[in-house]
Design a protein around this ligand. Structure first.
Ligand SMILES: [Zn+2]
Length: 498
């Protein structure tokens, strides 16, 4: 055989399109050409493959070698194709049997010794291979990640030699086992937060209805502690959510840590983060923080300190749950269904309204500080509350109130009501669905009318109040939204009172 054909996969955003690797040997002057990879990466790939074959004691054929990766216009990081390229050359030169190659897909970067190095995006590639009914051979370090895809067949190998032994039917590779689910969930507990009964209640509402939240309060009031406790009171991840979340994280530079399987992510980028770091991008587009927070929480502390441009780009994914990143010729679409939790100080010095009376900010300065956040962004945040400083006698008290476990049980029950009624959490209701599912009783309707005229609620804020009131009623197990539930929702619109 002087031609061998194998399959591998590229990475394009969240997808892993099929790549066909053809290796052809011809007579003529010895040469080694790779077609279909960016030029800069070709030399590195050639060097690695040549060294790995020689160090694994195979013959590097002294013939005219052409390797073609098709289709040619896919974004390709060359490392992952080392393994299929090496196997193609071996099969084309009859050093390994080529008849079973097409049952598999291969990906893995080769070290010069012939060992296999881990690659990123294994989950997405596994999903693709599984869909097409082929088994996947991956580097051993990616084995647990590969095993997460239900029903997929994956084999893990430590080196090129192990793969060759498997293909020759000598030493078969063991199929990747199902990764262990973490025994203990390592979310911090709500019981650690002292005082702040109102903020905890609002956190529960946020969890139940998947509502976005902004907390305004002085330093040390516990905003960060509260935010980090949100993932621990959210409903458990479904298999699909876990897979989507893990697939995106496996595209990041750190890859996916299987210990985080089924754990809702909590991402807290610093306010100096660039727009690219936040929403994704780069010449070979990678997901940003908002996508890494998929099905989890994105926490933006000190919200006014983020660049204005950075905050504006958040508006699209907050509405659509997706982000389209385009750079030069490449475009990638990443899912970005995150729950936004933001925090900020009440004024530039942070102590406006603090019992210490330390704040000397003028009303003008306060307005300018708050004005750094645009109205349209604030409008998109369902819950807006103040988190006051905890006075010292409160801190001294030990009792922290309920723990996450009890709160989570109520959240799960309320979320189940939403899914049974409308198939989605309340935060995602459209205007038409709000009309259908969120009509309050007469007391609630009167209260809303008063709020509109007195607080000057915008149409968008009005709809958000109704959605939050729906969640409050769901937490209470009520089919109809009552007046007091509307009142509680209105209290959670701190920024509408101008
Ligand atoms: Zn101040």
């Amino acid at each position: 055989m002087s031609l061998a054909v194998l399959y591998s996969r590229a990475l394009a955003g969240m997808n892993a399109p099929l790549v066909t690797v053809e290796a052809h040997l011809a007579n003529g002057l010895p040469s080694f050409t790779i077609v279909g990879l960016p030029e800069a990466e070709v030399k590195e790939a050639k060097d690695r493959v040549r060294a790995a074959l020689q160090n694994a004691r195979f013959d590097f054929p002294t013939r005219h070698i052409t390797v073609n990766l098709a289709p040619a216009d896919l974004p390709k990081e060359s490392g992952r194709f080392d393994l299929p390229i090496a196997l193609g050359i071996l099969a084309a030169s009859s050093q390994i049997p080529g008849d079973s190659l097409l049952q598999y897909e291969f990906a893995g970067e080769l070290a010069l010794t012939g060992e296999l190095r881990p690659i990123r995006g294994v989950l997405a590639m596994m999903c693709g291979a599984n869909h097409d009914g082929r088994s996947f051979v991956v580097p051993a370090e990616n084995a647990q990640e590969a095993a997460l895809v239900e029903g997929a067949r994956a084999y893990a190998a430590r080196s090129l030699l192990e793969v060759c032994a498997h293909l020759a039917g000598r030493d078969l590779l063991a199929p990747c086992g199902v990764a262990e689910t973490p025994l203990e969930e390592l979310y911090p507990d709500l019981v650690d937060v002292k005082g702040q009964a109102h903020a905890k209640r609002v956190l529960e509402i946020a969890a139940a209805g998947n509502h976005s939240l902004i907390m305004v309060g002085p330093p040390g009031s516990g905003k960060t502690m509260l935010a980090t406790r949100l993932p621990g009171i959210l409903p458990p991840m479904t298999q699909n959510e876990a897979l989507e979340s893990a697939s995106i994280q496996s595209l990041g530079s750190a890859g996916f840590d299987v210990r985080n399987w089924r754990r809702r992510p909590f991402r807290a980028p610093h306010h100096t983060a660039s727009a690219v770091a936040l929403v994704g991008g780069g010449s070979n587009p990678r997901p940003g923080e908002i996508s890494m927070a998929m099905h989890g929480v994105l926490f933006l502390d000190e919200l006014p300190e983020f660049g204005r441009h950075v905050l504006e780009v958040l508006r699209e994914p907050l509405e659509s749950g997706r982000i389209c990143v385009s750079r030069a010729a490449r475009q990638a679409d990443f899912p970005a269904q995150f729950q936004l939790v933001a925090a900020m100080n009440p004024c530039g010095c942070g102590f406006l309204g603090h019992y210490s009376g330390k704040c000397r900010c003028t009303p003008d300065q306060v307005a300018r500080y708050r004005g750094k956040i645009s109205g349209p962004l604030l409008d998109r945040i369902d819950l807006q509350i103040e988190v006051p400083a905890v006075e010292e006698q409160d801190l001294a008290r030990n009792a922290g109130g309920e723990g996450s476990h009890a709160v989570r049980a109520r959240v799960i029950a309320a979320r189940e009501r939403q899914l049974a009624r409308q198939g989605k959490p309340n935060s995602q209701l459209t205007t038409r669905e709000i009309d259908r599912h969120c009509t309050p009783d007469s007391a609630g309707a009167t209260l809303l009318k008063q709020a509109i005229s007195r607080l000057g609620l915008s149409a968008r804020a009005y709809h958000r109040v109704l959605k939050v009131a729906r969640t409050v009623a769901d937490l209470a197990g009520d089919a109809t939204i009552m007046g007091n539930q509307v009142a509680e929702a209105i209290q959670c619109r701190r920024f509408d009172r101008r």
